[in-house]
Ligand binder design. Sequence first.
Ligand SMILES: Cc1cc2nc3c(=O)[nH]c(=O)nc-3n(C[C@H](O)[C@H](O)[C@H](O)COP(=O)(O)OP(=O)(O)OC[C@H]3O[C@@H](n4cnc5c(N)ncnc54)[C@H](O)[C@@H]3O)c2cc1C
Length: 290
Amino acid sequence: MLPDTIAACQQALADGPDVKLVAGGTDLLPQMKTGVLKARKIVDLSQLPELKVVERLGDGGLRVGAGVAARSLELSSAVRDGFIALAESAGVVGSLQIRHLATLGGNIANAAPSADMAPPLLALDAICVIQGPSGQRRVPAVDFFQGVRRTVLAPNEVLVEFIIPAPGAGSGGTYVRHTPRRELDIAVVGVASQLSVRDGRCVKARVALGAVAPTPVRASAAEARLEGEAVNAALIDEAAELAVQAASPISDQRGSAEFRRHLVRVLTRRTLSTALERATGLAASRNGAH
Ligand SMILES: Cc1cc2nc3c(=O)[nH]c(=O)nc-3n(C[C@H](O)[C@H](O)[C@H](O)COP(=O)(O)OP(=O)(O)OC[C@H]3O[C@@H](n4cnc5c(N)ncnc54)[C@H](O)[C@@H]3O)c2cc1C
């Protein structure tokens, strides 16, 4: 069915746990094809205008609907100017065709450990806005994931949008992933970093890792090492070493656990260096954050 209000969507979901939501269908349809997932009824979210919003808030924050496609995020100036890590992660999803279908909400609700758009949401302190039968609730992105393909969403809840606080002037971030192939491959490891620098010192650090644990995780020890310090290459090396502690990777056909730990170290170093460059460049120009 094709509801045009969230209320109608909710009514449809009340019909039972085998009623499933579909946004772009790029995760759901392959799962139905292979029999991983069975559905009696499909509720198509594509006609819900609330889910398509991309809006800068009065305080400089960002509101992004769950139904916004990766391609729109990748190109949106509202996202790129201040929330570049999210735009960069959207830009590496699948292929151009996939990015026109794949939504942010679908990527997050599907909760694959390798979901590319998840680490930037953690690094940017995003809040997930969830609509249930008795109203809305807000869950920090870092608490949204519960395991491989498991989230806090109840079967009768819809992920409506994400609210991302303004990183502010003097903040910079980036997302980088490693894949053996440039396109149409999933992350062996993905890292998002965001640094805020004021008067030469790091006032806030975020490092979020993807594909190295059942859920995306924050590298808290690395963040704590950076906060309050004047960040330089030696400190970034230390933080990269500490980030490895947050990873509990598996070995599979795409890489051993040891290789993944090595990638965490390398990509954390790389993303922190870029984040620092962007943060300090902007701190000087007073133009906001990347
Ligand atoms: C060829 C190919 C390449 C891919 N490459 C990548 C890649 O590089 N990186 C990557 O991260 N992913 C990749 N994916 C996976 C997929 O494209 C993304 O995860 C995408 O963002 C999923 O979004 P969707 O809108 O298609 O989700 P759907 O398939 O429509 O939904 C996915 C799940 O989320 C639920 N859902 C969707 N929207 C909501 C909502 N608003 N509220 C509650 N539940 C919801 C659905 O019920 C379903 O369980 C790839 C997939 C394919 C087929």
